[in-house]
Each structure stands twice: as structure tokens, then as C-alpha cells.
Design a protein around this ligand. Structure first.
Ligand code: G6P
Ligand code: MG
Length: 217
């Protein structure tokens, strides 16, 4: 039956996970909170609001709603200073090759990201046109691991959830794909993404044979 391939953005298509980390760390430190790279795994795939809530909880901080909005804006400004300098060189290895293979094989491709900056980033790295549909942080209200973002993408591509394949670097995203009854492909460390149906360190390990198998399943 007809398949659809759904890609997360940050940490899957582009190496922006490091910029989110740097920007959150700077913001957290500015209010006297620190967190580790291990804790940072919990921020991956998670919305801007949820991320700040977690950081505040780690630091036992409670702040007003106005301050909350201000801190989110500060973090995003800092993050955008990195994004503005991005170009095609920041596309992760073999991502373009995989997208082109799927396009050549007439497979629908969606973006399923929690980021409100997703469209901007895809344009920056010149991949925008490769996607049949984009569902991002502006289109959903429930953060991963809620499957809303992926279910919306499936619907827009007219594909049943069980026929969708999701590529994710975050545990929250893998959980979201699994909850949606989609096939989850983890991109990253096996120890972190063990709940995924398949895990690869990066796309250089994802063969066209493997993709063909998924297409013909
Ligand atoms: C992705 C990233 C998260 C980020 C979230 C919101 O899921 O993995 O680290 O917090 O998007 O991104 P935004 O660009 O809207 O702040
Ligand atoms: Mg991600």
C-alpha cells in the first residue's frame, strides 16, 4: 500500500540540535540554572514552551507569565542568530541523497517538526521544495510525544498511520511515532532511542535497499 515518509527536522535533517542546546544553556545560565547534556536529551523534540518549563523545574524556579514569555523570546533570538548563518553545508550527511531517492521513487515526503522555525530553516538550507507537506510547531497544539504532528502529516499525505515511516533523533519523537502506530526509525544513539523499530547512527547507514524494503512492505 501507499507509504509516506515523515522527517523530523532538528537533529535529523540539519544539525540544529546543537544550537538549541547552546541557546537553552545560555538562557538557563542567565537565570542561575544549569543542566547537563544528558538532561538535554529530554529537551529534544519538545516544544519551546515545554522546554522552558522543564528547565525551570530543574532549577526549582517559578516565574511570572510575562517573564516566561520574555525568556522564550530571548532564547529564540539567540537561536535565530545561529540559524541566520546557516546554509546547505549544515544538512546532515546523506540526507539529500535519501530525500532524492524517495522523490525518484515517487514516495510522499513530509516534515513533522515541533519547531516554529522549521520553514525558515528548510529555506535556508534549500530543502523546502523537496517536501510535499510541512507540519511544524505553528500547526500543532500538542507537543511530542503526543502524535498530533505526525498524524496531521499522514492525513495531509492521505496515508494511513501504519504506512508511515518516521525518522526521529529524539526519544519524545520516537514515542510519538510509536503511539501513532507508525514505523519509527531512530537517527542517533541506540542507547537513547532503543524504543524505535530501527536505529541508525546517521543516514550514511540507511541503505537504499532498506528504503526499498519499507516502500514494498
Ligand atoms: C524541535 C527541537 C527542540 C525545540 C523545538 C521547538 O523539536 O528538537 O529542541 O525546542 O523543536 O523549536 P522552536 O524552533 O520552535 O523553538
Ligand atoms: Mg529532532
Amino acid at each position: 500500500s501507499k507509504k509516506a515518509f515523515i522527517f523530523d527536522l532538528d537533529g535529523v535533517i540539519v544539525d540544529t540540535a546543537k544550537y538549541h542546546f547552546l541557546a537553552w544553556k545560555k538562557l538557563a545560565n542567565s537565570i542561575g540554572v544549569d543542566f547537563s547534556e544528558v538532561q538535554n536529551e529530554q529537551l529534544k523534540g519538545v516544544s519551546r514552551v515545554k522546554s522552558l518549563e522543564k528547565i525551570l523545574a530543574w532549577g526549582n524556579k517559578s516565574i511570572s507569565e510575562d517573564e516566561f514569555m520574555e525568556l522564550m523570546a530571548l532564547k529564540n533570538d539567540d537561536y535565530l542568530s545561529y540559524i541566520n548563518k546557516m546554509d546547505e553545508n549544515e544538512i546532515l550527511p546523506d540526507v539529500t541523497k535519501i530525500l532524492d531517492f524517495l522523490i525518484q521513487n515517487n514516495q510522499p515526503i513530509a516534515l513533522g517538526s515541533a519547531s516554529k522555525n522549521a520553514r525558515e530553516i528548510l529555506k535556508k538550507v534549500n530543502l523546502f521544495k523537496k517536501f510535499d507537506t510541512i507540519v511544524d510547531g505553528n500547526d500543532v497544539t500538542k507537543a511530542k510525544p503526543n502524535p498530533e504532528v505526525f498524524l496531521k502529516a499522514a492525513k495531509q499525505l492521505n496515508c494511513l498511520p501504519k504506512d508511515c515511516i518516521v525518522f526521529e533523533d529524539s526519544l519524545a519523537g520516537v514515542k510519538a511515532a510509536n503511539i501513532a502506530s507508525m514505523i519509527s526509525v531512530g537517527i542517533g544513539e541506540k542507547s537513547v532511542l532503543k524504543e524505535a523499530d530501527y536505529v541508525f547512527n546517521d543516514f550514511t547507514e540507511v541503505s537504499t535497499e532498506f528504503l526499498k524494503e519499507l516502500i514494498n512492505k
